[in-house]
Unconditional design. Structure first.
Length: 267
């Protein structure tokens, strides 16, 4: 008898649960739990903007003539001033060619001067006089060309900075156009990075912010110096450039870090 009563109770409970499931009414009503998690951060709070330190100016110094390197004035990592010799070549052949061009010019000028005197005596034809003058002009042009080549025998620094990479060695023969040194101007370090294009509503050149550099674990003051000329329609971003305010000897080109910018509220 007890077993039959228990069976009726179980069947009744199953029927009640079935009714609740069909009507969508919950069997038990519990109070809603209050979340302890903070609200979802905005897109600006969730996004980390990365930037890399770049030198103000940088270039690759290449040989303009084919010759053997006789001296490299500044080693890799060394500093230099604008106009300081960086690389010198052995230009003994070019110097000999210059001396030859100088001698040819002197001979052509003597011939022309002699013909000018003979012209006054009507002892020389006009064609011969013109040819001697042309020979002088040709010799001057050859001399100028050799002077230009000889001026390439020493490469001077186009700006003050440091040697980032040395690609050749002394006593090495290089061809015209061969890269020799990578140089940078690190007097001012710039930052380049992408920001959301929506920031163009308030972002202006001269606006200040901070950047946290990974290698030094320090934060540095910075300001915007340039804003890109176009927006990338895919990423909806724009490239900007900024400069570190002040001199910080520990900073080097190539370091990177996190940009700390607080957008204007409501923008």
């Amino acid at each position: 008898m007890k077993f039959i009563n228990l069976l009726f109770v179980i069947l009744a409970a199953i029927a009640v649960c079935s009714v609740h499931a069909q009507t969508g009414t919950p069997a038990l009503t519990q109070p809603a739990l209050k979340s302890n998690f903070p609200a979802t951060p905005s897109v600006f709070e969730r996004q980390e903007i990365r930037a890399q330190l770049l030198p103000l100016r940088y270039t690759t110094i290449a040989a303009e003539i084919g010759a053997k390197i006789s001296n490299i004035g500044v080693p890799e990592g060394g500093s230099f001033k604008e106009g300081q010799p960086l690389v010198s070549f052995d230009c003994s052949l070019q110097k000999a060619q210059l001396d030859k061009a100088q001698a040819e010019l002197e001979g052509a000028e003597q011939t022309w001067q002699s013909n000018l005197k003979l012209e006054k005596l009507n002892s020389v034809g006009q064609l011969e006089l013109d040819l001697s003058r042309s020979s002088v002009n040709k010799a001057k042009a050859d001399l100028g060309a050799n002077n230009a080549v000889l001026s390439k025998c020493q490469v001077v620094a186009p700006f003050s900075g440091r040697v980032a990479e040395q690609k050749v060695r002394e006593q090495q023969y290089v061809q015209a156009g061969q890269a020799m040194l990578d140089i940078i101007d690190d007097s001012v370090l710039e930052l380049e990075f992408l920001v959301p294009s929506i920031w163009l509503r308030w972002l202006k050149v001269g606006a200040t912010f901070k950047v946290q550099i990974d290698e030094t674990r320090k934060t540095y003051p910075s300001k915007f110096t340039r804003i890109g000329a176009r927006v990338d329609p895919v990423s909806q971003s724009v490239k900007v450039a900024a400069a570190i305010n002040g001199k910080f000897p520990e900073l080097m080109a190539g370091m990177s870090g996190r940009v700390i910018i607080k957008p204007i509220e409501g923008q």
